[in-house]
Design a protein around this ligand. Sequence first.
Ligand code: FES
Length: 106
Amino acid sequence: MLLWVTQANGALHEVNAQEGQTLLSAIQNASVDGLVAECGGNCVCATCHCYIDEAQIASIQPADDDEEQMLEFVAAERKDNSRLACQLQITSNMDGLKIQLPDRQF
Ligand code: FES
């Protein structure tokens, strides 16, 4: 499936994603800069922060308690549509999902 990832500078990227992989993995595989992912996807660094399109966020699985706690430590503004890309599993209903990357991860 295809995801649409916009970097902080406005550059739009088409990202291929497979069901079962994480959003972090999909974006890294596409070589789109903007996620640091310092902890390697273990939900302890909050440097894989991204924003999910507000119109689409209700259709994806909510953050669990660990992700919610780590979202308190994101560097850029935390919003209602903030998620950690390493904790978001790609599911079949995500085709066309739009993701905005923040301007900083530290
Ligand atoms: S990569 Fe560290 S919290 Fe997601």
